[in-house]
Design a binder for this molecule. Structure first.
Ligand SMILES: [Zn+2]
Length: 319
């Protein structure tokens, strides 16, 4: 039996210079250089992640693998891809150790629950082990590999620890879930909505031809305006209800109501069957999270942590 890999004609593969997007669940990215490859996120399903890893290895050794956020659909592939360096932001590394899939057994449960098809083959899931990042960064991490420049930067938004990978010389930004295609309400259950709006501004300023989202085909810059409108619409909805005196519980219970469907993309058929089962809960949690952020000023919140009031004067006067 030959090695299980992807066909180069697979309709889910997009090539942008020496960069690839493999549009599955979620979209995986790769940039090939003469000294090795840089991978970004990767398929959640272990069998698909293996096929993707084997495909990339036909071109280059996998040196860096950047995971852009702590949600399990993005992190599950870390141990399957087996890169030399598994990179996340420090915040994402911390979130990974406290989320629902923080242990091997919990991640196996997540994979079994989400998968329910042959790409989540139980022979692979049974032996599944989580891999922790072995390189973390704050703010920015930039490096050269095989004559190509890479800038990875923290871009809080969809999650508080989200990363963007800018492949400078191939003119591609891998933006993960900071940009969802279309104008549907973006999943904001782990989001910092104020930082998200600022991150979108930074993304628009990048000198790139392509933005590769976490769930969809590669896009051009116009998609960012759609994402901003959709996020503002979500924030305005919660603001209006809160202004009318609704409690957090009422807003969460109300939910989003009828939702617009996301546009189909070349990897739509790979979406795990369990996603629709939790989509409503994700939407409700997103509303609750935005509700909480309305207590903070969009310019930042310097008073989130304050010194406790200690009465030093009484202490002195008693001496
Ligand atoms: Zn996510």
């Amino acid at each position: 039996m030959g090695i299980d890999t992807l066909s180069k004609d697979d309709p889910r593969l997009f090539r942008m210079g020496d960069a690839y997007a493999f549009v599955t669940y979620p979209t995986a990215g790769a940039v090939i250089t003469r000294e090795g490859a840089v991978l970004i996120d990767g398929p959640m399903a272990p069998a698909v992640a293996l096929r993707w890893r084997n495909f990339v290895r036909e071109h280059a050794e996998i040196r860096y693998h950047v995971i852009c956020e702590h949600h399990e659909d993005h992190t599950a592939c870390g141990s399957v891809i087996e890169a030399d360096l598994l990179v996340t932001s420090e915040v994402t590394a911390l979130e990974m150790s406290s989320t629902s899939a923080r242990s091997d057994e919990q991640m196996r449960r997540t994979l079994r629950g989400w998968g329910r098809n042959c790409d989540f083959d139980d022979a692979l899931v049974a032996g599944y082990r989580i891999r922790r990042p072995n390189l973390t960064y704050c703010n920015r991490l930039s490096f050269d590999l095989g004559g190509k420049r890479f800038v990875i930067f923290e871009a809080p938004g969809h999650t508080r620890g989200s990363s963007i990978v800018h492949a400078v010389d191939d003119r591609v930004a891998f933006v993960a879930d900071n940009v969802f295609p279309g104008t549907c309400a973006p999943p904001a259950q782990s989001a910092n909505p104020w930082a998200w709006l600022q991150t979108l501004g930074t993304l628009e300023a990048l000198d790139v031809d392509w933005y590769v989202p976490g769930h969809g085909d590669p896009m051009t810059r116009d998609c960012i305006g759609d994402q901003r409108s959709a996020l503002l619409e979500l924030i305005d909805r919660v603001r209006d209800l809160r202004r009318k005196g609704w409690s957090r519980e009422q807003v969460v219970a109300e939910g989003l109501g009828e939702r617009r469907l996301r546009p189909r993309h070349s990897g739509s058929d790979d979406t795990p069957q369990a996603l629709p089962l939790v989509a409503e809960l994700i939407a409700r949690n997103s509303l609750g999270n935005i509700y909480d952020y309305l207590d903070e000023h969009p310019s930042g919140h310097p008073f989130a942590r304050r010194d406790p009031c200690v009465d030093y004067d009484s202490e002195i006067e008693e001496c």
